[in-house]
Design a protein around this ligand. Structure first.
Ligand code: SF4
Length: 322
């Protein structure tokens, strides 16, 4: 098999502030092949977005120290100079973030914002290129949208504009960080379908960051489950979702609402909250919330084990632990 398009090896992100050191991303490793679809899932505060942003060193460099390796197309982005990094950001890895209204400039017309992503296109051709990109994203009246300000568009339309901006540089990898969280359910589906079809059409790999396991099945090929800054389970989506090994993955799956559940059935959740990075437990970070925790779980971090193409970080890996 060819080398992965993106190989993340033992990525760690450490912040130092007022003499206090925290590491909200700890030894994260995963890979994406050209055209591949990988999801990183977990609750808010698990380090998913910070991991995604670190691929191109987006966290503030004066406060964040990144270590490990992020090999994109064979180049370690953690060691690139400013120009090299700008090339990767512009032409290799594009991002679509959670809230398009916060990402778009409210006082610039859409066409001017997209034009900034078309540096090699002559001025006279930029409007036509912009309308072409907006057409690609399925906007019903792309010429009108090009002349609009973001506030004149709905949330779904704004996210399509963000996708058009991402596509402008023909990236090899699209990082979609909670791209549908701010949208209503029907629009969520349209945007996810659009990302799927654009990725197919443009032969683009996708890294989907989400807390919603329900949108992963059928769209992504591999999944990494993150908890407290670490990947606690990963493998092929079909395998992880049907036979989860880690208690946290089981908890996340149990919390997905089912359409055919009785009307009065209580919604299930995982008791407790994700600990703050300055208070990661000494042993397994999930131990305070884990229904299967044993005494050693509270004192010793579990090792990562691998079998059948699956990785799991749990002392009880491979046994019926919940
Ligand atoms: S190592 Fe222990 S506490 Fe952690 S997930 Fe496994 S069983 Fe639960």
């Amino acid at each position: 098999m060819s080398a992965p398009l993106l190989q993340v090896e033992k990525l760690a992100v450490t912040f130092r502030q007022e003499g206090v050191e925290t590491t909200p991303v700890r030894s994260v490793s995963f890979a994406i092949h050209a055209g591949g679809r990988v999801a990183v899932v977990g609750e808010s505060g698990c380090g998913k977005s910070l991991t995604a942003m670190s691929l191109t060193r987006l966290p503030p460099t004066d406060r964040a120290q990144l270590s490990g390796k992020v090999l994109f197309d064979g180049t370690d982005t953690l060691t690139l100079n400013r120009d090299g990094l700008a090339r990767v950001r512009g032409h290799g890895i594009a991002y679509v973030f959670q809230d398009p209204s916060a990402s778009l400039n409210p006082v610039m017309r859409v066409r001017d914002q997209i034009a900034e992503c078309l540096p090699g296109v002559r001025r006279a051709e930029r409007l036509a290129a912009t309308v072409r990109l907006l057409t690609q994203t399925g906007l019903p009246d792309p010429a009108r949208a090009a002349n609009a300000y973001p506030c004149e568009l709905s949330g779904g339309q704004q996210q399509r504009v963000m996708l058009a901006m991402a596509l402008a540089a023909r990236p090899k990898l699209l990082v979609a960080d909670e791209p549908t969280t701010a949208l209503d359910v029907t629009t969520q589906r349209h945007v996810l379908d659009l990302i799927d079809s654009l990725a197919d059409a443009c032969q683009m790999a996708v890294l989907l960051i989400t807390h919603n396991l329900g949108i992963v099945a059928g769209r992504m090929s591999r999944i990494s489950v993150m908890y407290a800054g670490q990947i606690v389970e990963s493998g092929a989506v079909a395998s992880v979702l049907t036979q989860p090994r880690h208690p946290y993955t089981r908890g996340l799956l149990a919390a997905v609402p089912l359409l055919d559940a009785p009307r009065n059935a209580p919604l299930r959740d995982i008791p407790g909250t994700v600990p703050s990075p300055d208070a990661w437990p000494a042993g397994c970070a999930f131990a305070p919330r884990c229904p299967a925790a044993q005494p050693r779980c509270h004192n010793l971090p579990p090792p990562e084990t691998e079998s059948d193409g699956r990785q799991c970080r749990c002392w009880l890996e491979g046994t019926a632990c919940c």
